[in-house]
Design a protein around this ligand. Structure first.
Ligand SMILES: NC(=O)c1ccc[n+]([C@@H]2O[C@H](COP(=O)([O-])OP(=O)(O)OC[C@H]3O[C@@H](n4cnc5c(N)ncnc54)[C@H](O)[C@@H]3O)[C@@H](O)[C@H]2O)c1
Length: 282
């Protein structure tokens, strides 16, 4: 199945960048949110990504405007009537995701593929909110989606081979690297990443080692692009906790320490709130 037009639901950190990636590949994409301010911020984020490419001489201003013109921001499902594939990127709450999937089931052609960017929730459960579970799949992009190459393609219990093949080809058409994984808590990457991140957070708390030092050691010795405290701040501590809660069923290695949960209660969410493990100024 060829994808001629796509849509993204949720214009936050992930949704906006996924829409940017789709437009970069030359496809028209509708970007929907429920909040005008978030939609505006999402469009600004996309323009910022393109503007940096213009500044570095990687594209012209005209090319940037052509790519921007491929993206239609909206607060309604107008424009979803002829899409071939939708990526849902609303917050990591199952009830909300199921509601959005039920809405998408009504708003899109019955042939359209409905994908979720969930970090850890069940694709099968979301698919059950639709009349087309064979066309529901996980497409898990990583932050920042404009840069990160890997995309997990997750099969729910009823996802058809045809849907998986189309999803893999779609990811490749975005110049990304698809990895097919079976549905399981945390899929592949988060299962490894979050167990390791929680161990480091426990270790730092027990030893009082400075965040900078731990980050520097992990970067240098493990070859990671950034240390775990910078990563948690970048992802959002609340997002990390949501995923850990889902993974806790696998064992205590995913349990977040009490001080981590307290930071979230105090509004220390990382870069987005200006304070996490580190302090951020505009
Ligand atoms: N942040 C990350 O690093 C990261 C990485 C990979 C995957 N994810 C996953 O991507 C999804 C989105 O995460 P995020 O960090 O972009 O969240 P976010 O909070 O930055 O953005 C979510 C957006 O969804 C919008 N929204 C809420 N309800 C909606 C609805 N009913 N319809 C349309 N839009 C709605 C919000 O207004 C907001 O703009 C989550 O499932 C998350 O687990 C996040």
């Amino acid at each position: 199945m060829y994808i001629f037009k796509a849509a993204v639901v949720g214009a936050g950190a992930m949704g906006a960048e996924i829409a940017q990636v789709i437009s970069w590949s030359g496809l028209p994409v509708v970007l929907k949110d429920v909040d005008q301010a978030m939609l505006d911020r999402g469009m600004e984020r996309i323009r910022g990504i393109y503007q940096r490419r213009v500044d570095r001489g990687r594209m012209t201003r005209d090319e940037m405007e052509q790519k921007m013109a491929l993206i239609t921001p909206t607060l309604t499902y107008d424009g979803f009537g002829d899409v071939d594939l939708v990526v849902e990127a609303v917050p990591e709450k199952m009830d909300l995701k199921k509601r959005v999937f039920a809405e998408l089931d009504r708003a899109t052609p019955s042939t359209a593929i409905l994908a979720s960017n969930t970090s850890a929730l069940s694709i099968t459960e979301m698919a059950a909110a639709t009349s087309r579970p064979q066309r529901v799949v996980g497409l898990h992009f990583f932050y920042p989606a404009a840069v990160m190459k890997l995309v997990e393609v997750i099969a729910g219990r009823e996802t058809s081979e045809e849907t998986l093949d189309t999803a893999v080809e779609f990811v490749e058409s975005l110049r990304k690297l698809p990895v097919r994984v079976k549905e399981c808590p945390g899929f592949l990457v988060n299962r490894i990443l979050l167990a390791a991140m929680m161990q480091v957070i426990h270790f730092q708390h027990e030893t009082g080692a400075p965040y900078e030092e731990v980050d520097a050691v992990v970067k240098e010795k493990a070859g990671a692009p950034m240390g775990p405290f910078t990563l948690a701040d970048t992802l959002g501590l609340d997002v990390v906790l949501d995923v850990c809660k889902t993974l806790e069923t696998l064992g205590p290695r995913f349990a977040a320490p009490a001080h981590f949960e307290n930071m979230i209660k105090e509004g220390k969410l990382g870069v987005k709130s200006g304070q996490g493990f580190y302090t951020y100024t505009k």
